[in-house]
Design a protein. Structure first.
Length: 409
């Protein structure tokens, strides 16, 4: 099974979770907060968790009380009880095992995550359910020691029953905490939000500094980046190499009139070879300067590009699933192709990268779909090639979204 990077998965979970009623998709007002925190603890050989760690211990190992960014002390949580979900068992001269089988723990964690992201009016959609399932598998299979921590908003306070805090410990003592809680339905009282890019970097105490518009754009950037990173992890190129997808949205400084497509096309074609991103790609030897054929993708061609990209990702991810023993040997001509853990998540991640970048650049375009351009798209790979490199560009009124795909082994 492909391992799931827990930090981007946790950040993406917040953005795929249900939103508050009355808000449109992508507004940046999720109904739940999801926060990853890394730390350290004594190793299992030094402090086994067959005897439950105490609240003061997990406060240290999980870096409590800091929990939810931008809320000061009101975002603090204090452990008051600990429930062991699984613990490591030592066998002298043999590998460590766990007290409970992975499948049983996965079901338990899956139920806890689903309940934490559900209410009478909110339930996770299919996309979020697929991410929940992958997170449950990773938490259960990646940590032989796993506990659930009950918290209060203040030391010795009343336990909060609508939040979920899971703390896992690896055999080397590294810890990972996943905290989920409902979020307030209204914007902050002072109208400012914490910068999600700072929270992404692990800054739990990031102060609120962004306006609503700035926050929404920054939040979309985090979402696109996390989806791109997770997608790449699923798409195997060789036993050791994975596809790399990078997303960059930058202002272009052009005065574009989308009522005149020809003028937009001419202005963008003149700007692109002078841009910093173009220079970076040439410096990284993606293409020779005279080899990069930037061409417009009409709606039909863009749809073909996205379909072929999705098919490529599924095919490579399926090969990886076979290599890991998640599915039996199969024939490439089988119809349908065999299912594998996370196959639908691969589809949703790829679509979310494109949809989120589109949302980032669409502001100010008067409802006109951002014109799309491609380099190396549609992909034309022969049997003698070792994958492909390509670039998709989406042009908005103020910025351009640049998605680079390195699927070359």
């Amino acid at each position: 099974m492909t391992s799931l990077e827990l930090k981007p998965a946790t950040h993406l979970l917040q953005r795929w979770a249900p939103e508050h009623p009355g808000t449109a998709t992508g507004t940046g007002h999720p109904a739940y907060r999801s926060m990853p925190v890394t730390g350290s603890a004594p190793s299992p050989s030094e402090r086994p968790w067959d005897s439950s760690p105490t609240p003061p211990e997990v406060a240290e190992y999980g870096r409590f009380p800091g929990t939810f960014a931008g809320e000061g002390t009101s975002g603090h949580r204090h452990p008051v009880a600990v429930e062991v979900l699984n613990h490591a068992i030592a066998h002298p001269g043999e590998p460590w095992t766990s007290a409970r089988p992975d499948g049983e723990v996965t079901e338990n964690v899956h139920r806890l995550l689903t309940d934490a992201l559900s209410s009478e009016s909110d339930t996770p959609d299919e996309r979020a359910r697929e991410l929940i399932a992958a997170l449950a598998r990773e938490l259960a299979g990646g940590f032989r020691d796993l506990v659930r921590v009950t918290v209060a908003a203040e030391p010795g306070g009343h336990p909060l029953d609508d939040e979920l805090h899971l703390l896992g410990r690896g055999l080397g003592g590294d810890t990972f905490r996943l905290s989920i809680a409902p979020s307030a339905p209204l914007p902050p009282a002072n109208g400012l939000w914490p910068d999600p890019s700072r929270v992404l970097d692990g800054e739990i105490a990031a102060p609120p500094t962004l306006t609503e518009g700035e926050y929404r754009q920054a939040d979309l950037a985090v979402r696109a980046g996390c989806a791109a990173e997770l997608l790449g992890e699923f798409v195997w190129l060789t036993n050791n190499d994975r596809m790399e997808v990078n997303v960059n949205v930058q202002p272009h400084g052009l005065d574009l009139d989308f009522a005149d497509p020809g003028a937009v096309d001419a202005a963008f074609r003149a700007w692109w070879p002078k841009s910093d991103r173009w220079a970076e790609l040439v410096e990284d030897e993606w293409w020779e300067e005279d080899e990069a054929d930037l061409h417009r993708l009409d709606d039909e061609t863009l749809a073909t590009v996205l379909t072929e990209f999705e098919d490529h990702n599924l095919e490579q991810a399926r090969t990886g699933a076979w290599a890991m023993g998640d599915i039996d040997d199969y024939d490439i001509d089988d119809d349908p192709q065999p299912r594998f853990p996370g196959d639908q998540l691969v589809v949703f991640l790829g679509r979310d990268v494109f949809d989120t970048v589109t949302a980032q650049v669409a502001d100010g375009s008067g409802g006109v779909a951002p014109p799309a351009y491609g380099i190396g798209l549609p992909v034309d790979v022969s049997d003698d090639d070792y994958g492909f490199q390509a670039c998709l560009l989406l042009v908005g009124a103020e910025s351009v979204g640049i998605v680079t795909i390195d699927a070359s082994a």
